[in-house]
Design a protein around this ligand. Structure first.
Ligand SMILES: *Cc1c(COP(=O)(O)O)cnc(C)c1O
Length: 573
């Protein structure tokens, strides 16, 4: 194995990273995106390192009981099967205690042998108190005090660990979401020492920190942004750090988004619409857009990998060549799709006894089970769905997704979907993870997406589907505003974004009606009666959306627009 790059120039900080389907160090889209980013960075030979927490007990293992009610178990996993323990120890002061941290290294290898090391921070050391040993155990578990302690380990601990590991001179720090914002304070502290008077920071120091930091925001609603009451922040950070640059005085709170915004020269949202929405939330800050992507080779199912290898031999190195999918014969696209679909149908039947049929139009929906994603929207009018199935052709639905342990509405939604099995052909696969996502996104005929706009910052599972020629049927929100060409790459739910601008309950009825209309008039007739037209849509899905919504294109944009690493290389700086 090649050595990780000692001259790394970009440090990517993220609370979750989906490194390997068997490592429970991610919860959902944010972590999968972080993993895909690092995989593409490794492919491209970008001199990057990743920093995250170890999450020894993981994001939970989901069980569903006979009624579809979710319960959670910690994930048992053998850390040393996936990462190597490193020697250095650093410490971070939390609530006046000195908490010791070590790191585990997991290497991500790229296409041509370059690697990106990811450092997983761990406080489970005998030197620490029993409680401190648990700080890096659970991802998004515990209360806000636990969360803030974790963010101390990520921001201050991660920075100290990079120095201890010899990565002293980073050119850019990338904060993937506000969880990493305390890194800004760590950088300020490193620049002025620990004796700043009254927390005042000279403007040129802030300017220097801003020059180094890039911040990607992922949430379009203020409630989704991390905030901590000032008393809690003082208790955990200590008064000196809290006073640095008035960090804890954003309307009486420590607001991670504002801290990251103030500390970063380049800020971006994760799709065009999301960049605009974020800018309207924080009008004082210029906010750019870099639309998310997915790691093409990881998300193309084996039959599609083989198909691309035969027809587009450069596609692994150059995802622009997916554009030429337009010339792949339709029969071969269909054969590859059929192969991917059989794997899924067999798995659904084995796992749930749902009696799925390989010839039936199969619609997929899998993502975090949370209210705004509206997973049960398609069941708004069950009788209408039954009528469609009886008159045009049968339908079957496959679902998956975990609700956050404290999200009661999310759990109710799972139970509601689960309960549909008596009336329609519905399967709910438990314990959604990257392995299941691979199977689902490639194996269904149509990928359904029904978020309440403008809540879906981007969404990436539809991009995974597109890598396999699976078109989306989606509300116009997030990435779909850019990826949608009606009847060419899939279908919209609602003709225009404005059509359903009413309070949420009416919007639900409005979107449901639009969804049934589209199924009735376009999707189902196309699938059952104009198979060649359907395959044509699959082709355009790959050529237009697969070629663009990938992390190779996305990382290129970060290099040029955010890190400005390309200029540096050219200028020899
Ligand atoms: C891709 C992925 C997601 C994100 O899906 P969205 O459509 O962005 O909500 C969540 N969980 C897993 C396991 C994934 O693979």
């Amino acid at each position: 194995m090649t050595q990780p790059n000692r001259n790394a120039r970009v440090a990517y900080f993220s609370m979750e990273i989906g490194l390997n389907p068997l490592m429970p160090t991610y919860a959902g889209g944010l972590g999968v995106l972080a993993g895909d980013t690092i995989r593409s960075a490794a492919d491209l030979g970008v001199p990057m390192v990743g920093v995250t927490l170890l999450h020894r007990r993981g994001y939970f293992y989901q069980r569903l009981d006979r009624t579809g009610w979710q319960s959670e178990e910690p994930v048992a996993w053998a850390v040393n099967d996936f990462a190597e323990a490193l020697e250095p120890r650093v410490s971070v002061e939390i609530e006046g205690r000195s908490v010791q941290i070590r790191a585990w290294r997991h290497l991500v290898s790229g296409m041509s042998g370059q690697t990106v090391p990811v450092y997983l921070l761990d406080t489970d050391l005998p030197e620490n108190s029993p409680w401190d040993r648990t700080i890096t155990d659970f991802l998004y578990g515990g209360d806000s005090h636990y969360r803030l302690c974790q963010e101390m380990v990520l921001g201050f601990g991660g920075f100290a660990m990079l120095r201890a590991l010899g990565h002293g001179h980073m050119f850019r720090f990338h904060l993937n979401e506000g969880h990493a914002a305390l890194l800004v304070l760590a950088l300020i502290e490193a620049a002025i020492g620990t004796d700043a008077r009254n927390g005042e920071v000279p403007p040129e120091v802030i300017e220097g920190v801003r020059e180094q930091c890039v911040f990607t925001t992922h949430t379009p609603v203020p409630a989704g942004h991390d905030q901590f009451p000032v008393e809690l922040a003082r208790q955990v950070l200590g008064t000196r750090r809290c006073d640095l640059a008035q960090a804890c005085q954003h309307q009486g709170a420590l607001n991670m988004t504002l801290l990251a915004l103030r500390g970063s020269r380049f800020v971006n949202g994760v799709a065009m619409r999301h960049g605009e929405v974020s800018h309207s939330l924080y009008p004082g800050y210029p906010i750019h857009s870099i639309t998310n992507g997915v790691h093409a080779v990881s998300w193309a199912a084996p039959p599609f990998q083989n198909l691309y290898d035969r027809h587009l031999p450069d596609w692994r190195n150059d995802q622009l060549s997916l554009r030429y999918a337009i010339s792949i014969p339709g029969t071969e696209i269909w054969a590859a799709h059929r192969e991917a679909k059989l794997v899924l149908v067999d798995e659904v039947n084995r796992e749930t006894n749902a009696g799925f049929d390989r010839d039936v139009l199969t619609i997929g929906f899998a993502r975090r089970a949370t209210a705004y994603k509206r997973g049960a929207l398609v069941f708004h009018d069950v009788e209408r769905l039954q009528r469609l199935a009886n008159t045009i052709g049968p339908l079957q639905f496959v679902f998956a997704g975990k609700a956050h342990p404290q999200d009661q509405a999310g759990k109710e939604m799972i139970r509601r979907i689960y309960g549909m099995r008596g009336q329609l052909s519905v399967a709910y696969l438990p314990n959604y993870d990257m392995t299941l996502a691979r199977l689902l996104c490639a194996g269904v005929d149509v990928w359904l997406n029904t978020p309440l706009p403008p809540m879906e910052a981007s969404g990436t599972s539809g991009m995974k589907a597109a890598m396999n020629g699976v078109p989306s049927l989606s509300v116009l929100d997030g990435w779909w505003i850019e990826g949608h060409i009606e009847g060419v790459t899939g279908w919209s739910i609602g003709d225009k974004v404005e059509t359903c601008l009413t309070p949420a309950p009416e919007m639900e009825a409005c979107h449901a009606a639009a969804l049934y209309d589209k199924l009735e008039q376009k999707v189902m007739p196309c699938f059952y009666r104009e198979r060649e037209g359907f395959i044509d849509i699959m082709k355009h899905t790959i050529a237009i959306n697969g070629a663009f919504f990938n992390t190779q294109r996305m990382v290129g944009q970060y290099l040029r627009n955010a890190y400005r690493l390309v200029d540096q290389a050219v200028n020899g700086a």
